[in-house]
Design a protein around this ligand. Sequence first.
Ligand code: FMN
Length: 335
Amino acid sequence: MIDLRTSYLGLALANPLVASSSPLTGNVDMAKRLEDEGAAAIVMPSLFEESLQADQEQIHRLLDFQDIGTGEADSFLPEPVQYQSHLDEYLEKVVQLKQSLSIPVIGSLNGISATGWLDYARDIEQAGCDALELNVYYVAADLRQSGAEVENRYIEVLEKVRAHTALPIGVKISTHFSSVGHVISRLQQNGADGVSLFNRFYQPDIDLEGLQVKPVVYLSSSSESLERIRWLALLYGQVGVDLAATGGFHRAEDVIKAILAGADAVCLCSVLLKQGVGALGTILRDMQDWMEEREYVSIEQMKGSVCQHHAINPVAYEHANYLAVLDSWLIAEVD
Ligand SMILES: Cc1cc2nc3c(=O)[nH]c(=O)nc-3n(C[C@H](O)[C@H](O)[C@H](O)COP(=O)(O)O)c2cc1C
């Protein structure tokens, strides 16, 4: 019997497959189906800074209206207590998910400023989440801002969350840093328990008919996993935080590579949206078959065994084989 257990953010997981933050994990029936397929944990859809700010503004508007007093019209205004805020809805969802599932439920906060909205980390903890993912979805578009300032923003946001919760925190980061490993070390020093590599930024497209920018969500493909696998391999054994992979994990092969490179957990999203939640069970079974064929007895035995430190050809994870890779391109492959 293969031992698939792993641990991520201090949580004991039955296997490394985590259902990543998406509309699927915010739906109790879907989340239950994911658990039945073998998901070892779920990350809830994010609670967004913008939504919390909108709640605050709405509550102030209602209170202001009531202060002014508009006679009979007052009775048509909702009482502040009746206003269902995004936060209330989120906390209710945490309770429902915790009641329905026996796997860990990881909450998610998504925003970019180290301000009051982060105080709600405490409410998420009190509602029963087992850990928290922090997604600083920041596009550094201000040309006056230095790389160090961008990094400091991540640290300040993390520090504020850390001050409000004792939950384990995983930070979902992007690749857009000059030195990814250095940023991760700083996150660790400031209270992160894990990092999730990497955020996928949704790229706006241009509508050629209307000549307008249009937001689109393209789902990922397997090839995107390679960038994550490289960084897992470079970081494994060098940083003191747990490592989760996210972005482009569609097949058992992708997941196996992530674990060989050093992942503690692998998060799935696009594949579940494209193929349905059953894809998780297929990946889990295919992974077990692969391990059985090669006589692996546990995930721990596999983990990090092809990281940079243990790899037969460690420079291949860095720049050194660039020339060889380019040379290996065959003109015959062009149509
Ligand atoms: C429709 C959709 C909704 C998502 N919602 C969130 C979210 O609320 N918070 C978050 O941190 N990531 C969110 N993500 C990102 C995913 O959790 C995941 O990190 C990303 O899609 C990369 O994984 P994949 O290649 O398996 O899709 C969302 C992705 C999609 C496609």
